[in-house]
Design a protein around this ligand. Structure first.
Ligand code: NAD
Length: 257
């Protein structure tokens, strides 16, 4: 195999992606399908699930519900095993000062973003041992930097990096790789709402807040969902076979958000 050939994932990979009906998850699902993988996704958005490209199978499942995750893995047995599991589900959580955040929104953010990834990793591990596979956890650049007024989100994403590194140490000797992808600010409706909420919190306009964000990105532009999909494909390809336990940023941020 040449180096160039090693950049493409093996045809027929069996891939599970959480929150795969929209945004980054959907971009990853489409990219794997295009690379010849068999893809199963879950999401809570029934309309978007119904509109998935033909050939991508799905389960309506909320990663914060243990019974839903059980059902997701039962449905995914139709793939006959799993080679790549992508823990993508994660919510933005509240934009508020620490003294304004209520227990419920704190716990909900942690339950979806962190506990949801634990639930999926718990079920995925025996299958990945079997296939000598790969777990990819979606963290964020907020999982290596501070993020004012977005503490529960940042805390959950730093925790994902810890989850990733610990699982990589634990499962590496058994042939399973575990990596985190840390996207920067990704274009799309989710980030528009975050910019709007942070602008309101700071008492500045949307345009000013957006400019402030862009000024902290060395390339002065946001990331595309397909940039994240490209990293997931690379990690799943033979060329990525010796990468594990890493927190891989896909962004041009240097040191703050
Ligand atoms: P998004 O807000 O666009 O949502 C993607 C999908 O998640 C939606 O289809 C939604 O229905 C689904 N979803 C929400 N809660 C769910 C749950 N409990 N169970 C199952 N599905 C659920 O998200 P995105 O921007 O595509 O982000 C995907 C991942 O990337 C997240 O973990 C996010 O934290 C991370 N991330 C995103 C950005 C960004 O700028 N968008 C930056 C860094 C990291």
């Amino acid at each position: 195999m040449t180096v160039v050939e090693s950049l493409a994932p093996r045809h027929g990979l069996r891939v599970l992606i959480t929150a795969g009906a929209n945004g980054i998850g959907l971009a990853i699902a489409k990219a794997f399908q295009e690379a010849g993988a068999r893809v199963h996704v879950c999401d809570i958005d029934t309309q978007a699930l119904a509109a998935l490209p033909e050939g991508i199978t799905h389960t309506q499942a909320d990663v914060s519900q243990a019974a839903d995750v059980d059902r997701l893995f039962q449905d995914a047995t139709a793939l006959g095993g799993l080679d790549v599991v992508i823990n993508n589900a994660g919510i933005a959580g509240p934009t508020a000062s620490i003294d304004e955040i209520d227990n419920e929104s704190w716990s909900r953010t942690i339950d979806i973003n962190l506990n949801g990834q634990y639930r999926v990793a718990h079920h995925a591990t025996p299958l990945l041992r079997e296939s000598q596979g790969l777990l990819i956890n979606l963290a964020s650049v907020a999982g290596r930097l501070g993020f004012a007024y977005r503490t529960p989100y940042a805390a959950s994403k730093w925790a994902i990096v810890g989850l990733t590194k610990s699982l990589a140490c634990e499962l590496g000797p058994e042939g399973v790789r575990v990596n985190a992808i840390l996207p920067g600010i990704v274009r799309g409706p989710r980030i528009e709402k975050v910019i709007e909420d942070r602008a309101a919190k700071r008492g500045i306009s949307y345009a000013e807040m957006e400019q402030e964000n862009l000024a902290k990105i060395s390339m002065r532009r946001m990331v595309a969902p397909t940039d994240i999909a490209a990293m997931a494909l690379f990690l799943s390809a033979p060329g990525g076979a010796n990468i594990s336990g890493q927190a891989l940023s896909v962004c041009a941020n240097v040191e703050s958000l």
